[in-house]
Design a protein around this ligand. Structure first.
Ligand code: COA
Length: 353
């Protein structure tokens, strides 16, 4: 019994169910079905802002920014929103997977920078791409957002509530950044990434961990009363992104290696078994520090923040798409994904590509 791609859950769930979870999907071996990523896509706005461009509006330099963060430029949305960017990334991911929008059961969208509170960005993406049979909801977990939707998507599949889940991370942080604050405006960029997760009986090796510490929430905040930051420089600074950079740096360097070790312990795998460590692209020094603490070289820690800066929930799926399309990801490889950010939130998962 092979689960047929694109078959709707309602047609398959009854036949595959056994046990008290009537809808749960099982593989032939009797293991509960898990999802495998079968397509990826991404989109970034055309406009770029270089470090030299920023040095014209705040007291900074290309050298300082590159050295402290690894960022050289970032893409900035002018007309685009998280919905238009998320929709384009989704179209590309569905095309890459060979799946029709009508066969998507669920859309899970990680974003913290939608320009409307409701309807949810996921429902607007649904409208844009014509995923007429899907349910849709947004997840707010800042830079841990894509990891969160991946975990929730897997839970939907394991519970038999969905067979094909569209995962999106999309951000327009340029709206929320105070362009007068040199300690934050240099870091962030806009963009979107998407992945199609589908129940697959041959998928294996999934473990996840997720943690929060609300007591440290003050270290990275953005008030919901924000104005359109990029356009309204006279706005109240307290309503933009505010960050204690040193605290966030320390947090990431401590918690990310812990989460990676924790998730590997659950799978009884060692770091030697992992082909790629896909970390949230916040800062090259954080990635280097995590690699060092795990006693690993940087060759298995790909990065792209030089081009995009920190795109929050979009950073991992944009990287995943680049890895997929460049052929660096090969079926059977084991991959660790780790997100961390405001909340504070952090976590990791390990899966087989
Ligand atoms: N250009 C030039 N100088 C800058 C600057 C900029 N863009 N931003 C800050 N500075 C100055 C500070 O004013 C300070 O000057 P002072 O010594 O005269 O007071 C000096 O540089 C050092 O500032 P500090 O904040 O201690 O720098 P840092 O080494 O901690 O680097 C960050 C700042 C933001 C790059 C760093 O803390 C960081 O990367 N933190 C993690 C941020 C992050 O990843 N957040 C998202 C997580 S999801």
């Amino acid at each position: 019994m092979k689960i047929t791609r694109n078959r709707r859950v309602s047609e398959t769930a009854g036949r595959q169910s056994r046990s008290k979870f009537p809808n749960a999907l099982y593989s032939e071996a009797g293991n509960k079905m898990i999802g495998r990523i079968c397509g990826t896509g991404s989109f970034v706005p055309e406009k770029t802002v270089s470090n030299d461009d920023l040095a014209k509006i705040v007291d900074t330099s290309d050298e300082w920014i590159r050295e402290r963060t690894g960022v050289a430029r970032r893409h900035i949305a002018e007309q685009d929103t998280v919905v238009t960017m998320g929709a384009e990334a989704s179209r590309r991911a569905l095309e890459n997977a060979g799946i029709s929008p009508e066969d998507v059961d669920m859309i899970l969208m990680a974003t913290s920078s939608s320009n409307v509170i409701f309807p949810s960005a996921a429902c607007s993406v649904q409208r844009e791409i014509g995923a007429v049979h899907a349910g849709g909801l947004d997840v707010s977990a800042a830079c841990t957002g894509f990891l969160s939707v991946y975990q929730i998507g897997q839970a939907y599949i394991q519970a038999g509530m969905a067979q094909t889940v569209l995962l999106i991370g999309a951000e327009s942080l340029s709206r929320l950044v105070n362009w007068k604050d040199r300690s934050t405006c240099i870091l962030f960029g806009d963009g979107a990434g998407a992945a199609v997760l589908q129940a697959d009986e041959s998928a294996s090796c999934l473990q996840t961990v997720f943690h929060s510490d609300g007591r440290k929430g003050w270290t990275l905040t953005c008030d919901s009363r924000h104005k359109d930051g990029a356009k309204d420089l006279s706005g109240d600074p307290s309503t933009f992104i505010q960050m204690d950079g040193k605290e966030v740096f320390k947090f990431a360097l401590t918690k990310v290696p812990e989460a990676v070790r924790e998730v590997l312990e659950k799978t009884e795998l060692s770091t030697d078994d992992i082909s790629w460590f896909l970390l949230h692209q916040a800062n090259i020094r954080i990635i280097e520090g995590v690699a060092k603490r795990l006693r690993l070289g940087m060759d298995r820690f790909p990065s792209n923040m030089e081009e995009y800066g920190n795109t929050s929930a979009a950073s991992i799926p944009i990287l995943l798409d680049e890895m997929n399309r460049s052929g660096r990801l090969e079926r059977g490889q084991k991959v660790v994904m780790s997100g961390f950010g405001a909340g504070l939130t952090w976590g990791a998962c390990v899966f087989e590509w």
